[in-house]
Design a protein around this ligand. Structure first.
Ligand code: AMP
Ligand code: MG
Length: 426
């Protein structure tokens, strides 16, 4: 039997999130593939990237200036003889002499510091007088030099498996000569929309019909989370056909259903999943929008093939997301995303909110954690956030104008203008 809403299976937002994270932790990706370095941007790394030599490979000057012995600069100003110049890429061993007391070497940013020198004085604090320089400011030992191996040692781990590759990680891979990277394959995430009133995007809807938008919001959220969406045909509110399509959806790595999870007579998703032997982790969360959200799993076996590399006794996970379009978007972000990311090979990421000041007051009833579409505006350190006017969780137009959600904790009924509030970016 599917659990009844308002039974203990309706969890607080934090409890529900915790349950999802616990299940996500046990999931593995589908295997790996090698891709070109630039194509790996945004993918999840499946091999450790290690340093192929010390980084930096030589003591590196971080400034244009003069390589000196810091002890020479105890009395200022001081005049010193310039015995050579080192550009980036040049070998300091080819200099005519090492830096000895009373001498300096002109050096450029990124160049190796020559033997004998232990600091670099910035060019701004020097003036050139023919073969000599006059220095007006002292340096401490090591100043403006990054020692050899200070950033990483030969063989040291630079980027670990499970990291989503951003610009810095791609740059790091490039710096150690990885022109191709092993990344995890994208998981296949089925999307099944339910409802007799829902028609395809290409259709001209009848007066009481609605075009299917949820499959497309979910499809784009799945792409953003690193999955490959598989959009299934729309399921009618009829048990037999719905069951067939759910079984089809369970062939993928994860099944996302939308609609049909509320308390209506034609909300058939939970009964059909129960028929398939589903275990429900929760059948509601104390949130708005998205209260009726359902999370569970079906044992693999007859009709539900095991995932690649897993045993037959394993499970396929599903979410029943409420059909209201904003509920669908919010509940994907809060609950489905960690599972998609885990199936994509990503290490678990905690959900962290940003904080900013509220522009005008919010009044709500206590009891639910709310995720309300809002606009973050302002500039630099002066940002503020304000709710968008909306007609409730069916209002896609208002949500499209929003660039974030304000998170209202369940114990608050009034948040005054000027207070700090938590914000989830979208
Ligand atoms: P349900 O969760 O099935 O009760 O649906 C709640 C509301 O969301 C209803 O107004 C549905 O018409 C609407 N809805 C359900 N599925 C979709 C969809 N795929 N695209 C757009 N609206 C939907
Ligand atoms: Mg429905």
């Amino acid at each position: 039997m599917a659990p009844q809403p308002d039974s203990p299976s309706v969890l607080s937002f934090e409890e529900a999130r915790r349950v999802v994270e616990d299940q996500a932790r046990g999931l593995a990706a589908r295997g790996t593939e090698a891709v070109d370095l630039l194509s790996a941007a945004g993918r999840v790394l499946a091999e450790p990237v290690v340093a192929d030599r010390d980084i930096p490979p030589f003591p590196r000057s971080t400034r244009d200036g003069y390589a000196v012995r810091s002890g020479d600069l105890s009395q200022l100003p001081v005049t010193m003889e310039v015995i050579g110049e080192i550009k980036a890429g040049e070998n300091p061993d080819l200099l005519p002499a090492a830096v000895v007391p009373g001498t300096a070497v002109s050096i450029m940013t990124g160049a190796p510091v020559p033997a004998g020198a232990d600091a670099v004085v910035m060019v701004e604090y020097t003036s050139r007088l023919g073969k000599n320089i006059e220095i007006t400011r002292g340096v401490v030992p090591g100043e403006n030099i990054v020692p050899r191996g200070a950033e990483a040692r030969l063989g040291g781990l630079l980027v670990d498996r499970g990291v989503r590759l951003n610009d810095a990680a791609i740059a790091l891979a490039a710096s150690v000569g990885k022109s191709r990277l092993e990344v995890y394959k994208r998981p296949r995430i089925s999307v099944l929309t339910t409802g007799d009133e829902i028609v395809n995007v290409e259709a001209t809807p009848g007066p009481t019909q609605i075009r299917n938008s949820n499959s497309y919001s979910l499809g784009s959220q799945i792409l953003a989370a690193g999955g490959e969406p598989v959009l299934l045909p729309i399921a009618p509110d009829e048990t037999g056909k719905l069951r067939q399509l759910i079984e089809l959806g369970l062939q993928s790595d994860l099944l996302l259903l939308t609609g049909g999870v509320s308390m209506g007579r034609y909300d058939l998703v939970e009964p059909v999943l129960a028929e398939l032997g589903a275990e429900f982790f929760f059948a509601g969360a104390k949130i708005q929008p998205g209260r009726p959200v359902v999370f569970g799993r079906v044992p693999c076996g007859a009709g539900t093939p095991a995932r690649q590399g897993t045993s037959v006794s394993d499970h396929k996970y599903f979410f029943g997301l409420p059909g209201n379009p904003v509920s669908t978007m919010v509940t994907f972000e809060l609950f489905a995303r960690p599972l998609v990311e885990a199936l994509a090979g990503m290490s678990l990421r905690k959900l962290a909110f940003l904080h900013t000041r509220l522009a005008s007051e919010i009044r709500v009833k206590a009891g639910l954690t709310r995720f309300l579409p809002a606009i973050l505006s302002g500039e630099f350190e002066d940002s503020r956030v304000q709710l968008v006017a909306w007609q409730g969780s069916g209002d896609i137009a208002a949500t499209a104008r929003a660039n974030c959600y304000i998170v209202v904790p369940p114990d608050r009924e009034l948040i005054a203008a000027g207070e700090w509030v938590a914000v989830m970016m979208r």
